[in-house]
Design a protein around this ligand. Structure first.
Ligand code: UD1
Length: 363
């Protein structure tokens, strides 16, 4: 079987790592790794590839940044050429970024089967580009690998035949389990002069939070109250960096006591950082899942989550982006009222194995 596996943006890399490893175990399976180049900075890509032991991509489409349509279109144009020359039997896409939809769409139109890993997640907020990517990718995929029962239900409600849907567990957790021991050795706490549970970690990059001056100001004001009580470590995403500068909000963040700003971190150091944190504030998707497995309280700075199981079973609370809500939720954790949780079923490190078994046993 000839497979093309696609990765484009940072949250894709930890999802493809265990799948590629499992593909390699199958004699007669040939996998071509295509990096679309949606993310291109060393910190957003190379450090992840190194940390996760993924070999260099076979092809890099080098599309870079752009408007939604522009970026998606560029990926489609370049990816179609790869499919014409390589003629795979299957294209594997993961997650919900623009690269996911663009490549799934090209493959489906060329009648090449598509496997979508992390299918069925829904925030029901169509203003998020990721929600559009998720819904459309699922509609055109042949194998829908869902991480949780809620995802399966969403797919059934959207009319996807049950024969295409497979509950396999959470692929990111395969990587977390594989790398936790190695991450423990990271010296990131020492480098940033931190001690266990004496700091919170913040990540922020969603357009709804950072592309709007008012909401960004609101969040930064909340953080300024929280940092009076606990250090906040903030590995800063390029999108956020740009917006702070463009909106002239440097005075709310730079040079502030207890605000530790770093460049984006590698996978291992970030995993170490969150695993020893008092709590995490984030608008990312995957971090809601990682904190649930690590048992670290997570405050999600969004109105919705496409990962409700992390709220139902895990340590996650969706607090929104309002100043008071954020501050109240953080102070609750500091006062010992953090949410405790359990790890969802099948988030056990064996998801890639289950995916490959299913692919190997289907026509
Ligand atoms: C993308 C994904 C998002 C994911 C996030 C993780 C979509 C729609 N969004 O958002 O789901 O959570 O990645 O990081 O696919 N930039 C750089 N260097 C890079 C990459 C980006 O400087 O290597 C800057 C550019 O100014 C770019 C901006 O960041 O315009 C946004 O990048 P983009 O890939 O469009 O979206 P993300 O916000 O990273």
């Amino acid at each position: 079987m000839k497979i093309v596996t696609v990765a484009g943006a940072r949250p894709n890399f930890m999802k493809i790592a265990p799948i590629i490893k499992e593909f390699k175990k199958h004699r007669g399976w040939e996998n071509l790794l295509v990096h679309t180049g949606q993310h291109y900075d060393e910190e957003m890509c190379k450090f992840f590839f190194n940390d996760l032991g993924i070999s260099e991509p076979d092809v890099n489409l080098g599309v870079g940044s752009g408007l939604q349509g522009e970026q998606t279109g560029k990926i489609m144009i370049e990816f179609e050429k790869i499919l014409f020359s390589h003629k795979p039997d299957l294209v594997t896409v993961v997650g919900d970024v623009n690269s996911t939809l663009a490549c799934a769409l090209v493959a489906a139109k060329l009648h090449i089967k598509v496997a979508h890993v992390e299918a069925g997640l829904r925030s029901f907020d169509k203003l998020m580009p990721e929600e559009v990517n998720r819904k459309l990718t699922d509609q055109i995929s042949d194998y829908l690998f869902a991480p949780s029962p809620d995802a399966v239900e969403n797919l059934i409600k959207e009319g996807i035949p049950e024969s295409k849907i497979f509950l396999v567990g959470n692929i990111m957790i395969d990587t977390l389990i594989n790398f936790l021991k190695k991450a423990e050795k990271s010296d990131i706490l020492k480098r940033l002069r931190l001690s266990k549970e004496r700091y919170a970690v913040l990540t922020l990059h969603r357009p709804s939070n950072v592309d709007n001056r008012q909401s960004l100001t609101e969040i930064l004001s909340a953080l300024n109250l929280i940092r009076e009580r606990i250090k906040i470590v903030f590995p800063i995403h390029p999108r956020m960096q740009k917006q702070i500068k463009d909106f002239g909000l440097e005075n709310l963040i730079l040079g502030k006591n207890n605000f530790i700003i770093t460049n984006p971190l590698g996978y291992l150091e970030f995993l170490k950082l969150i695993s020893e944190a008092k709590f995490v504030l984030t608008d990312s998707g995957g971090i809601q899942e990682e904190t649930t497995v690590l048992g670290i309280p997570c405050l999600t700075l969004r109105k919705t989550t496409e990962r409700p199981i992390t709220v139902k079973m895990g340590t996650n609370i969706v607090v929104g982006s309002g100043k008071k809500d954020i501050v109240d939720a953080a102070f609750n954790v500091l006062e010992g009222k953090a949410k405790k949780g359990q790890v969802p079923e099948l988030w056990d490190g064996k998801t890639a194995e289950r995916i490959v078994d299913i692919l190997a046993n289907s026509d």
